[in-house]
Design a binder for this molecule. Structure first.
Ligand SMILES: [Zn+2]
Length: 83
């Protein structure tokens, strides 16, 4: 028995969605250190966390992650089955 998948092409658009917000996060990149800033609502808060962490530990390398939200919308209305 074989199954056949049918894919219909539908145009979609993806764009930044302000509603979901943007988060800034910093992760200490020093081996053996698992500390992280946690999600912050502004970049300055994440940077301050880095400065405080360096002052406290001497760790000076961070991985920074910015997360935003995107929404996909269908570009044209659905067509009903024709067959
Ligand atoms: Zn650290």
């Amino acid at each position: 028995m074989s199954t056949r998948a049918v894919y219909r092409f539908v145009d979609h658009t993806i764009r930044h969605e302000p509603e979901g917000g943007v988060t800034f996060e910093a992760f200490c990149a020093t081996p053996g250190c698992d500390e992280e800033s946690g999600p912050q609502e502004d970049q300055e808060a994440a940077q301050k966390w880095c400065l405080r962490h360096t002052g406290r530990t001497g760790h000076d390398l961070f991985r920074r992650v910015v997360t935003d939200h995107a929404r996909v919308t269908r570009a044209e209305p659905l067509h009903s089955e024709q067959s």
